[in-house]
Design a binder for this molecule. Structure first.
Ligand code: MLT
Length: 312
């Protein structure tokens, strides 16, 4: 049983601002989803949810920051598929990537797109593959570091076509995209939450989506399967976490607030404009998230082992 003092503190939760740690750079896909969520959750909770971009090392710096935070509900983490691959990819971490968190609920699942600088001399997936193979390590691929979705996607793509591009890591795909737009980097595998605007505006070239089906909001983009790469499939899920040991009533309040945000018409509308949708209310729960997360770790383990995609 909680002591009366703890019970009173929990009943009053939250009595001050909550920090939402985003483990990638401002302006990128995780940040875009996180800021929408933070604003809506803040309204529901009656306290501001303040975004903190704690970046570096493929999302592990931000995750560590939350795993090691006081488990009182005032620090939460918005992360993504990285939570599914980091436990296998990183053999040395200063936090427990599997047991260091209380999952609060899934948020959304986002398609990815292979986008390149506008002047890239390729106009289809087949031409891109030929170009990458002919240029070898003179061809550049941007990503957000080992453990990020862009790095996973880029590595799977390069592996699928037998190419060896030079990988240029950034603290998030927000800054990586700036290099694509500036024509200084060739290719980036990134989420529609960021790429939709640039694809529609014609400021990048788009070659394919590694999704099972075409993206409803960008139906002109062929899938990688249509381009002859049926096994190259990656989509990015996002989830919300509290540090391990956060009291159950506080976790429940945060989950209820996440669910309220995912019903918020502004979020539903904005998500749909950037190629995604909130998960169902049933998936925005700790139980569903834990099941999904455990299955995702198991799904990626053999892939990472087969491609030797370790961080060290
Ligand atoms: C970001 O927010 O910068 C991306 O989600 C990082 C990634 O590629 O996973």
């Amino acid at each position: 049983l909680a002591s009366p003092r703890i019970a009173r503190a929990q009943a009053a939760f939250p009595s001050r601002a909550i920090t939402m740690v985003i483990p990638f750079a401002a302006g990128g896909p995780t940040d875009i989803v996180g800021r929408l969520l933070a604003e809506s959750m803040g309204k529901d909770l009656g306290q501001p949810v303040v975004v903190e971009n704690s970046t570096g090392a493929g999302g592990t710096i931000g995750a560590q920051r939350v795993a090691q935070a006081r488990p009182d509900g005032y620090t939460v983490l918005l992360h993504h598929i990285g939570m599914g691959v980091i436990p296998t990819m990183y053999r040395r971490l200063a936090y427990d990537p599997v047991h260091g968190f209380e999952p609060l609920g899934l948020v959304t699942e986002v398609p990815m797109t292979l986008v390149g600088r506008r002047e890239l001399p390729a106009n289809s997936l087949a031409e891109l593959v030929a170009l990458m193979k002919s240029q070898g390590d003179r061809f550049n691929l941007a990503d957000a570091g080992i453990g990020s979705s862009s790095a996973l996607c880029g590595a799977l793509f390069a592996n699928a076509i037998g190419a060896r591009p030079t990988v240029i890591p950034f603290r998030g795909t927000g800054p990586a995209m700036q290099e694509i737009l500036g024509g200084r980097v060739d290719l980036l595998c990134d989420q529609t939450t960021q790429t939709t605007e640039y694809i529609r505006g014609g400021s990048v070239k788009v070659f394919a989506t590694p999704s099972r089906t075409r993206i409803a909001t960008l139906p002109e983009i062929p899938t990688t399967a249509e381009g002859g790469l049926p096994n190259f499939i990656v989509t990015v899920w996002h989830g919300l976490y509290a540090p391990k040991g956060t009291p159950a009533p506080i976790c429940s309040r945060l989950t209820a607030s996440l669910q309220a945000a995912l019903r918020d018409p502004r979020i539903v509308q904005r998500f749909s404009e950037i190629g995604t949708a909130p998960v169902s209310q049933a998936d925005a729960t700790p139980e569903a998230h834990q099941r999904f997360w455990t299955a995702d770790i198991a799904k990626w383990k053999p892939v990472i082992e087969a491609t030797n995609a370790y961080a060290d």
